[in-house]
Design a protein around this ligand. Sequence first.
Ligand code: TYD
Length: 233
Amino acid sequence: MSDSLSQQRRGFFITFEGPDGSGKTTQIRRTVEWLRSRDIEPVLLRQPGGTPLGEKIRAILLDSRAQDPVSPLTELALMFADRAQSIHEIIQPALREGRVILCDRYTDSSEAYQGAGRGLGSDRVLAVHRAICDDLQPDLTILLLPDAEKALERAHRRNQRNIQQTGTDENRFEAEGEAFYRRIHAAYAGIAAREPQRVALIGPGTGDDGIDAIAARIREIITGRLEQHLHSV
Ligand code: TYD
């Protein structure tokens, strides 16, 4: 895979998505290990964050003890300011160099969290995406969408652990109510149904159970899509 990959001109942009507690972090790590074992060094980034400016924006957004609450539209604008910077600094240059990019969250997160969770609506989020991100879409999105009940439980446990270990509550999103999470979950399912070509849904009912089985499924999907991509350039 690595030989043919180095011959291509444009890189391959993969995003990982899912609600809090979906096991995304573990699966990204597994994917990185696997790509490295195939001599592919991916470009890694997360949103919000990933650039010096983005990390500052992340700190503002995720500080649950912020004195001044961030309004939903401000939140949306900050998410996209972060995204625009990482497109400019990291994603576009990496695509030009023919690299494989793994991005932890992208515009689908804004559609799910700000669009559905905060009630701003998909149309508004997608309009901002077109304006600010030049409509840059991932080549492939791995969407981890476990059972809503399990995801809620896991997010809650993780937040409790963080609070106990560090005394801080980095993730104010996890302090949101259950209804907020259910809206996010439903929005992700809607995105997968709307864009089956781009979005590979990995969830209950697709036969994927356990970390290893999910990691294997992700490897299979990426291998197939990368091969397709190489034959199309
Ligand atoms: P993070 O700690 O990275 O969570 P996770 O490990 O689940 O990705 O926190 C990122 C939070 O930011 C997460 O709750 C989702 C939220 N978010 C948005 O609300 N909108 C966005 O556009 C993005 C990229 C993230």
